[in-house]
Design a protein around this ligand. Structure first.
Ligand code: AMP
Ligand code: ZN
Length: 490
């Protein structure tokens, strides 16, 4: 039984969906005004791990993620660049979708753009006004009247008694203690984009977007709402106020928030020079699989301290897993099998699932797999491991990769694509790109080894030595064993 930490109750609770075996889930998506940074992707990777684990646990999933393609920052940047909102945001939306692929993030069942739901947002606001929860100001903007919603503060556990009725805030993001009536709809300012709707011209506030898109696809009440911890207040508090005052029903049952990513112990910020986009790391030569691994390795309930050293260790861990899989697939073992390894395989899967069931404790799941790798490698070294043992052990890796998805290799292609992007966007020179582009994929390594074997058979030792050197340059170590050639990464 899965347990999750619910911000609403401040408890780690058993997760029971509203409908047996099917889960409705909403995660706040990116604001597409720039390239995504690794803090954003920490949260998105966590969402991906949870969605994969729910599916592996037998749930049918309806996962909705929005793309915020209109908000204060986008409107401001689009106006600065003299572009329409769509022309400005579409570049970053496309980049986000590429980045999702880079990190093997599965597409949610519904990936929806805010600007495609503007009329529904206006309708929602009109209904709030009719019920007395929203009011219009002289300039044609609409605000939510928080004094009408006594439960305001129940998610962020803030006591807003004594606040000034009618005080307003019209920016999408604001300080924690600033309880004010917040903007649902903003009337157009000169030179800014707006939409014509039944409540007049303007654009939606950020919070209403998520209330509307969640209701559109998941109904009045649904199971899980996700986001990074910074969204608890005001964004999610405001979503609850809007949705529950309209429907009179509980909005999301579980509110699950991913703790922040820090860099070298500090809050990531451009001014501190510790700010990395996903693309920055790829262009520095780091692999997509190492980044995904590192972002997955710390449970969402703990802050993740990102370091470049940690990224190197993550690369090493991924290599161990890949080499282990290769050994099981290509090693020559004696005939037979022993129940010991089938049992080990079963126990490992059970431990992995128990770890994830326990509030998505990825660290426990990873430890279970590495314990197995250690034990089986030792057994293979002493010839205790038999050919028949490899099948159940390989099925553990398959089950593992259904969630973690780091063993299958696509790193070289992804690095190449990132270099291509960096070169065409003028981020690096052609020479820099060529120097960085040395990663060999598993398939390329195997092909080179096959060529080398062929060269040796035809006694072309110059060629076989040249291939060995090429592999060494790519960080591949060859071992000629009695069973043939084995390879591993440095
Ligand atoms: P945004 O594009 O700013 O709307 O953010 C997208 C997601 O990234 C949200 O769920 C944020 O809570 C999350 N996020 C932003 N910064 C960090 C960080 N440093 N660590 C973890 N999650 C973050
Ligand atoms: Zn949201």
């Amino acid at each position: 039984m899965l347990r999750l930490t619910n911000t609403l109750s401040s408890k780690t609770e058993e997760f029971r969906p509203l409908e047996a075996k099917s889960v409705g889930m909403y995660s706040c998506g990116p604001t597409v005004y720039d390239y995504g940074h690794i803090g954003n992707f920490r949260t998105f990777v966590f969402v991906d791990l949870l969605r994969r684990f729910l599916r592996q646990s037998g749930y049918k999933l309806n996962h909705v993620m929005n793309i915020t393609d209109v908000d204060d920052k986008i409107i401001r940047n689009a106006a600065q660049h003299k572009l329409s909102v769509r022309d400005y945001s579409s570049k970053y939306e496309a980049a986000f979708l590429e980045d999702m692929n880079t990190l093997n993030l599965q597409r949610p069942e519904q990936l929806v753009r805010a600007t495609d739901y503007i009329q529904q947002m206006a309708k929602f606001i009109a209904a709030l006004e009719k019920k007395g929860f929203a009011y219009k100001t002289d300039d044609g903007s609409y605000y939510f009247r928080i004094a009408k919603f006594p439960a305001y503060g129940k998610l962020s556990k803030k006591d807003f008694a004594g606040m000034t009725d009618g005080a307003r805030v019209d920016v999408d993001e604001y300080e924690k203690d600033n309880a004010r009536d917040f903007a649902l709809w903003k009337s157009p300012k000169p030179g800014e984009a707006f939409w014509e709707t039944e409540i007049g011209p303007g654009r939606p506030g950020w919070h209403i977007e998520c209330s509307v898109m969640a209701r559109e696809f998941l109904g009045d009440s649904f199971d899980i709402h996700l986001g990074g911890e910074d969204l608890v207040f005001p964004h999610h508090e405001n979503e609850i106020a809007q949705s529950e005052s309209l429907t009179g029903k509980p909005f999301a049952h579980f509110w699950v928030h991913c703790r922040f990513l820090l860099v070298e112990g500090e809050k990531m910020s451009k001014s501190l020079g510790n700010f990395y986009t996903l693309r920055d790391l790829l262009v520095m030569g780091h692999k997509a699989s190492s980044i995904r691994y590192l972002l997955s390795s710390v449970p969402y309930t703990r802050q993740l301290n990102f370091t470049l050293d940690g990224l190197k260790q993550a690369a090493h861990s991924v290599e161990r897993l890949r080499n282990f899989k290769l050994r099981l697939e290509t090693g020559k073992f004696g005939e037979g099998s022993s129940p010991k390894f089938a049992e080990l395989a079963q126990q490992t899967i059970a431990k992995m699932q128990a770890g994830l069931d326990d509030d998505m404790n990825t660290a426990v799941a990873l430890a279970a797999v590495f314990d197995m790798v250690r034990e089986v490698n030792a057994a293979a070294d002493t010839n205790e491991l038999k050919q028949g043992d490899t099948t159940p052990l390989l099925s553990v890796l398959k089950c593992f990769d259904e969630i973690f998805d780091v063993i299958r290799d696509g790193d070289a292609e992804k690095s190449r694509a990132a270099m291509e992007w960096a070169r065409s966007a003028g981020k690096i020179s052609a020479e820099q790109a060529a120097a960085l582009e040395h990663t060999l994929s598993d398939a390329q390594v195997e092909e080179l080894i096959a060529d080398r074997n062929q060269a040796k058979r035809s006694r072309d030792f110059a060629k076989s030595d040249a291939i060995r050197d090429q592999l060494a340059e790519g960080g591949i170590i060859l071992e000629d064993t009695k069973d043939g050639v084995r390879w591993k990464r440095k």
